[in-house]
Design a protein around this ligand. Structure first.
Ligand SMILES: Nc1ncnc2c1ncn2[C@@H]1O[C@H](COP(=O)(O)OP(=O)(O)O)[C@@H](O)[C@H]1O
Ligand SMILES: [Mg+2]
Length: 245
């Protein structure tokens, strides 16, 4: 079983590093007790397959009071009464797939749709210096939790534009972007301990409503599709040039 796709392994490795811990949302492996514990702590959680990708199998679970729980997957929202029924429903939906439970980050929205970022970080061969070579804001399609572009039929925006159009437009986009960069570079340096030869990461980074950056996940084989979709190929060309050396 390859480690590169194991979200639980990467999560633990990042979270263990003191300088990153405040930027990594609390996560536990799926179990009945862990689910109710995290829901009582955070009210909303995200369930995700340990080896998932492209937003597949992601379920948001929220406690909405009166012993009612709201489930949100794809563009579907349902309410279920009581813990027993809720857990049974989830179990049936996830089957024998290994899942984890993550604190849900309340992300800023644009016209009601949440967004987070894809940040590409690279280093050249024989170099220890990491660089952010590309970044883009992924706005979830209407009604979706996940911002994965294909799955949610979302849109892509320059990060600065996304911030300006969003519910955190009152925060400085320069400051937000430099916080995002600092945390992303820290994550890449840390991951070297797990993947010593690796030279590229695609991080999913989300701001919360206070502008605090959170590392949602670290991809070792980030898709180029986001940057190929842009008319301006500057970022795509920079990524490719970095890959060569
Ligand atoms: N903890 C979270 N809080 C808020 N949104 C999340 C959280 N985890 C995932 N998401 C949303 O779901 C998307 C997919 O989750 P992710 O962990 O990146 O798995 P995948 O491998 O399927 O892309 C993220 O890009 C983000 O839009
Ligand atoms: Mg992702």
């Amino acid at each position: 079983m390859s480690a590169t796709k194991d979200k639980w392994l990467k999560y633990r490795f990042l979270k263990k590093y003191e300088q990153l811990a405040p930027y990594v949302p609390g996560t536990k492996l799926m179990s009945k007790s862990a689910l109710w514990k995290l829901i009582s702590k955070y009210r909303r959680v995200i369930l995700k397959p340990v080896r998932g990708s492209r937003g597949r199998g992601i379920i948001q679970v929220s406690s909405i009071g009166g012993h009612t729980y709201a489930l949100h997957f794809e563009n579907v929202k349902i309410n279920i009464q009581g813990k027993e029924n809720t857990y049974k429903y989830i179990q049936k939906k996830i089957g024998s797939t290994r899942y984890m439970i993550q604190r849900r980050i309340a992300r800023p929205t644009i016209g009601g749709c949440p967004f987070d970022m894809r940040v590409i970080i690279q280093r050249k061969e024989n170099s220890r210096k990491w660089k952010v070579t590309a970044k883009i804001a992924k706005v979830a399609g209407r009604g979706y939790v996940v911002s994965n572009n294909e799955r949610s039929k979302g849109r892509l925006l320059p990060v600065k534009t996304a911030i300006r159009k969003s519910t955190i437009h009152h925060l400085s986009s320069t400051r937000l972007q430099s916080k995002m960069k600092r945390v992303s570079l820290r994550a890449a340096r840390r991951l070297r301990g797990l993947f010593p030869r690796h030279r590229i990461y695609g991080l999913d980074v989300g701001f919360d409503l206070k502008g605090h950056p959170w590392i949602i996940e670290a991809n070792l084989y980030p898709s180029m599709s986001h940057f190929l979709k842009l008319k301006d190929r500057t970022m795509y060309r920079r990524i490719m040039a970095y890959k060569k050396r």
